[in-house]
Design a protein around this ligand. Sequence first.
Ligand SMILES: [Fe+2]
Length: 272
Amino acid sequence: MTMVYAGICCHAPGITSRPEKANQEDLSLLLNQFDRLRNEIEAVRPDAIFLVSAEHYANFFNDNMPTYAVGMANHYEGPIEDPEWLGIARVQVPGNSSLSKRIVASLLNDIDVSYSEEWKFDHGMMVPLHHLTPNYDIPIIPSNINCQSPPFTSLARSYEFGAALRKVFDNMPERIALIGTGGTSHWPCTPDSGKINEAWDREFLSYWQDNNHSAMTNYKDEDVLNIAGQGAFEIRTSIAIAGAAGGKGDIYFYQPIPEFACGCLVASMEVK
Ligand SMILES: [Fe+2]
């Protein structure tokens, strides 16, 4: 077994772009739990971190939108946004093209993923990486689930994507840490930005914590949109991690932080 870690976290750009706006006690608890995740990842000595993200029209657009994409380069760059605005310096992030190629080739037995040999990371990847591998010394294999532009892959299929990843990782000699990053309820870039449905978030996270496949995958996109906002389409990333890990989750931190326009989350899941 070579999947050595599973976790999820939020990627709200406000964490790095406007940290001073948040309640400082909440911010410090959040950052402490990011540190905890980083320490746990470092402790398992991964050869690579496979990141499942939901990017925001940074590399993929409606003229050519892959449902699932995996990066296949030796280096990536980020952030694609103004580094001064995001509060994260532009860096070269190490990849591993030969490892990516083997992952993609094996994944294609179960899931029709696309791949890209170029990728400029947006905040959806850079905010987690800034906290989890601040020296950028662990190779990253980026992946994206389209959570921006419907029609989407189903929630059940997202779980299967995770299960397919697990199958691939368990047949590789490398030690892979798997991190998912996406939001729960939020309404980014709309007049409702800043609104958070805490009850919905806690319900979803309780299903995630129990790895309750049917409850997690039972949501309908039209209900999610009405109740939790278009940002909540990103739960696909967390569901994929549950599909890969197969164990129970442990929520290290969840707290609505309206100044960051979402509930902020850090959690790990037992790799079963
Ligand atoms: Fe996002």
